[in-house]
Ligand binder design. Structure first.
Ligand code: DOR
Ligand code: ZN
Length: 347
């Protein structure tokens, strides 16, 4: 018997589209999403409303005619960001959120925040204007083990910021730990995105039998107990948890290297993987909440009007293993199991 599920069109609340040839190559792969929060960690980063508007236009120009993805832009918070500029960009409808990277935490985060006291006035202005703050939740202290950086961030940075600015609406991005799940579950005014790949891989996938650079991302995947905590949160129906793929394409050359960079490119097959994950957890009825309803509720936006249909067939859906971007290839995330769930766009 053919199984199928119809969902309100999903959104991706955390996406890297890059720029130039990479943008041209990857943008259409997110086409089954209605909207996507676009990360600002370009080189150089997206710092002003004018830069965000021009990046938005480049994204729209890169999308094929039949793709209706709406990019929701963000600004990259630095210690010199002017509160007035940011609030104006939000008022003008150019940006939907602001992204905080602790300096040095991940790809292109060198201009991020070192001293959180310096951004406190901006955070207060954002709280007043109702602008969500998307946080990359890892400390960068070299003394902290990489597998503990999210848990330590909660204690050292996230909780103090939320106590100092309680009205600030925070998204803890791409949570990877039970600690992240517990913190978000126990608080209000906070949401969390969960990626597709963190629902599928644990740290063994990266390290057992050889180093597998295409499973390396940040925050790095943790031990199995944490992956199971994420599965439980994503399939729980709790509206604080929603999909943000963190699909982050890099040229294979840059990942398959002595110092490979972080990021999994999951845009092409994300919905097929999620359908399998939710089916495995006997929670297909919770997929629409996670992928299509909880995000808009947090961001105070309407849900999408149209739908997509996921159909389970006897033959696996065909996804490329690699795509081409200019002179480069990019590897598509391999979940390690066949994908029988096909996405049928109903637009
Ligand atoms: O794995 C990641 N890749 N994590 C991030 O936070 C950034 C992203 C990227 O931009 O490549
Ligand atoms: Zn990201």
């Amino acid at each position: 018997m053919t199984k199928s599920v119809t969902l309100r069109r999903p959104d991706d609340w955390h996406l890297h589209l890059r720029d130039g040839a990479m943008l041209a190559a990857v943008a259409a792969y997110s086409g089954h999403f209605g909207r996507a929060i676009i990360m600002p960690n370009l080189v150089p980063p997206v710092l002003t409303g004018a830069q965000a508007a021009s990046y938005r236009d480049r994204i729209l120009a890169a999308l094929p005619e039949n793709v209706t993805l709406r990019p929701l832009m963000t600004l990259y918070l630095t210690e010199t960001t002017e509160a007035a500029d940011l609030v104006q960009a939000h008022r003008d409808g150019i940006i939907s959120a602001v992204k905080l990277y602790p300096a040095g935490a991940t790809t292109n985060s060198a201009s991020g925040v070192r001293d959180f006291a310096k951004v406190r006035p901006v955070l207060e202005a954002m709280a007043e204007a109702g602008i969500p703050l998307c946080m990359h939740g890892e400390v960068t202290d070299p003394a902290v083990d990489i597998f503990d950086r999210e848990a330590v961030f909660i204690d050292r940075v996230l909780d103090p910021i939320r106590r100092a600015v309680p009205a600030l609406r925070v998204v803890m991005e791409h949570i990877t730990t039970q600690d992240g799940v517990d913190y978000v579950s126990a608080n209000d005014n906070i949401g969390a995105t969960i990626t597709t790949h963190h629902l599928v891989i644990n740290r063994n996938h990266i390290l057992v039998g050889g180093i597998r650079p295409h499973y390396y991302c940040l925050p790095v995947a943790k031990r199995e107990t944490h992956r199971l905590a994420l599965r439980k949160a994503a399939t729980s129906g709790d509206p604080r948890f929603f999909l943000g793929t963190d699909s982050a394409p890099h040229p294979d050359r840059a990942k398959e290297s002595a110092c490979g960079c972080a990021g999994c490119f999951t845009a092409p097959n994300t919905m097929s993987i999620l359908a399998q994950v939710f089916e495995d957890d006997v929670a297909l009825d919770k997929l629409e909440g996670f992928a299509s309803l909880h995000g808009p509720a947090f961001y105070r936006m309407p849900v999408n009007d149209d739908t997509i249909r996921l159909v389970k067939r006897d033959t696996p859906a065909a996804y490329p293993t690699h795509i081409t971007a200019g002179d480069e290839t990019v590897t598509v995330f391999d979940p390690g199991f066949p994908l029988y769930w096909h996405v049928e766009d109903q637009a």
